[in-house]
Design a protein around this ligand. Structure first.
Ligand SMILES: Cc1ncc(COP(=O)(O)O)c(C=O)c1O
Length: 424
C-alpha cells in the first residue's frame, strides 16, 4: 500500500465515503432484500428500442459518435431536449443547455465554481447524500434547513432565521440547493407556495438557486406543479435558477447522461469547470440517446414507469400498514412520486446500529443519518420501492418490521432486556 497520506490535498482529506455506496456492498450478499439503493426497476428499460438506436448510431453517425465532441454537448441531443422540455412548458434555446455526465457531475461542478473552503450552501435537513459529498470535497459546508411539519418544503421561518444568523456570524452563503419534486431521501414534494417563496428568497438575497430535478417526471399521483425554473421564466425571468435533469430515473442510469438548464452566461462558466473534468460527455451515449428520443418512445416509457412505481409504492405502503407496529412515533411518508419512502422511528431507535441487525435478518435500508451534513438525526431510514419485486417488498417489509419490533420491545423491557449491539 503506497504511503501517500501526508501528500493528500486538504480537499482530498475532506472527502467522505458515501455511506450508501458502502451499504450497497453489504447488500450484494445472497438472499438479502435491499431497499437501500436508488435503483430504477430494470424491467422499465426499453432494451430492444435502445439496441436499435445504438445500431442506428453505428450506421448513420459512426465517425462523429466515436470522435471527441464539444464540451457543451451534442447538437442533436440538445435539439431533442429543447423539444422534450417544450412539451413540459419550458422554453429553451440550445445555449441554455449543457449536457453533463449525469446530474452527479453537475452537482460536483457547482461547489467547484462557487465555494472557497468554509463557504456555505443552503440545503435541506435531510438532503441528497451525493450533494453533501460534493460540497465536502471542496471543503464547503451546509447550512441545513428543516422541512415544515406540513412536508411541503422548507420551514421558511427557520430559513430566514438561520440565514440571518449565518450572515451575522460572517459566514459566506453561496447558493441554495433544493430538490422540489419528490426529494431524495424524504419523498417530499414542494407546494407551489413554497416554490414561489424560495424563488423570492433567492431573489431577495441575490443567490443562485439550484433545482435538482431527477424525479420530476416520476410523478404517479397528483398534479404536476411548475418547476422553480419555470416560475422564474414565467415571472421576473432573472435567470438565477440552475435546473438539473437526468436520464437516470426516466430511462437508464447506465447511460450517465444528464442536462443542465441555465442562463447562457452561467452555462459558459460550467463549460470551463467541465473541461478539466472530462472534456466532453460520452459522445456515443449522447448520439445514442438523441436517436432514441427521435423515436418519441420515451413518453410511453415514462408513463409505464410511473404506473409501475405507483403500484410498488402502494404495495409498500400497504405492507408497512400490515406489518409495522401501530404507534404515533412510527410514521412514513406517502410520496406522490419518486423512488423512496422515509420512515421515522421512535427517538430511542438508532438506525445506524439497527442496520446490522437488519442485514443479519437479510433486509437493508439506508440509515437516515447519511443525509445530514452535521448533527444527524438517527431515528430515520430511507427505503426504496422501485427496484424490488412485489413479493420481495412484502417479505422485506415483514423482516424490517420484525427488526423494528424487537428494538421497541427491548427498549420497553428496560436496560436488562436490551442486548449489546453486535460488533459488525
Ligand atoms: C437528488 C439527486 N440528484 C442527483 C442524483 C444523481 O443522479 P445521476 O448522476 O444518475 O443523474 C441522484 C441520484 O440518485 C439524486 O437522487
Amino acid at each position: 500500500m503506497p504511503k501517500f497520506d501526508s501528500l493528500y490535498s486538504k480537499n482530498a482529506l475532506s472527502m467522505k465515503k458515501s455511506v450508501i455506496r458502502e451499504l450497497l456492498k453489504l447488500t450484494t450478499q445472497p438472499d438479502i432484500i435491499s431497499f437501500a439503493g436508488g435503483l430504477p426497476a430494470p424491467e422499465t428499460f426499453p432494451v430492444e428500442d435502445l439496441r436499435v438506436a445504438a445500431d442506428a448510431v453505428f450506421t448513420k453517425h459512426a465517425a462523429k459518435a466515436l470522435q471527441y465532441g464539444t464540451t457543451e454537448g451534442d447538437n442533436d441531443l440538445k435539439a431533442e431536449l429543447v423539444k422534450y422540455e417544450a412539451r413540459q412548458g419550458v422554453t429553451l434555446t440550445p445555449e441554455n443547455l449543457l449536457i453533463v455526465s449525469a446530474s452527479q457531475q453537475a452537482l460536483d461542478m457547482l461547489p467547484k465554481l462557487f465555494l472557497d473552503p468554509g463557504d456555505y450552501v443552503i440545503a435541506g435537513r435531510p438532503t441528497y447524500v451525493g450533494t453533501i459529498q460534493a460540497i465536502q470535497s471542496y471543503q464547503g459546508k451546509v447550512l441545513g434547513i428543516p422541512f415544515s411539519t406540513d412536508n411541503d418544503g422548507f420551514d421558511m421561518v427557520e430559513l430566514e432565521k438561520r440565514y440571518a444568523r449565518a450572515v451575522r456570524d460572517g459566514k459566506k452563503v453561496k447558493y441554495v440547493y433544493v430538490i422540489p419534486d419528490f426529494q431524495n431521501p424524504s419523498g417530499i414534494c414542494w407546494s407551489l407556495e413554497k416554490r414561489k417563496a424560495i424563488l423570492k428568497f433567492a431573489y431577495d438575497h441575490d443567490l443562485p438557486l439550484v433545482e435538482d430535478a431527477p424525479y420530476r417526471e416520476v410523478r404517479f399521483m397528483g398534479e404536476t406543479l411548475p418547476s422553480i425554473y419555470q416560475l422564474d421564466q414565467q415571472g421576473e425571468n432573472r435567470g438565477i435558477v440552475i435546473n438539473m435533469k437526468t436520464f437516470s430515473k426516466i430511462l437508464v442510469p447506465g447511460a450517465r447522461v444528464g442536462w443542465v438548464m441555465a442562463h447562457p452566461e452561467f452555462i459558459q462558466k460550467l463549460v470551463i469547470a467541465k473541461q478539466a473534468m472530462d472534456l466532453c460527455t460520452n459522445v456515443f451515449a449522447q448520439k445514442w440517446l438523441a436517436e432514441y428520443l427521435k423515436t418519441g418512445k420515451l413518453y410511453a416509457v415514462i408513463e409505464n414507469t410511473c404506473k409501475l412505481y405507483r403500484d410498488k409504492r402502494n404495495h409498500m405502503v400497504a405492507m408497512l400498514e400490515k406489518y409495522m407496529p401501530k404507534r404515533y412515533d412510527l410514521t412514513w411518508t406517502k410520496p406522490e412520486g419518486g423512488l423512496f419512502l422515509w420512515i421515522s422511528l421512535p427517538k430511542y431507535i438508532d438506525t445506524d446500529q439497527m442496520i446490522f441487525k437488519a442485514v443479519e435478518r437479510k433486509v437493508a435500508y439506508v440509515v437516515g443519518s447519511a443525509f445530514y451534513f452535521d448533527e444527524p438525526e438517527h431515528n430515520a431510514m430511507r427505503i426504496n420501492f422501485s427496484y424490488s419485486g412485489f413479493e420481495q417488498i412484502e417479505e422485506g417489509v415483514k423482516r424490517l418490521a420484525e427488526v423494528v419490533k424487537a428494538e421497541i420491545e427491548a427498549h420497553e423491557a428496560g436496560p436488562r432486556g436490551r442486548t449489546a449491539p453486535e460488533g459488525m
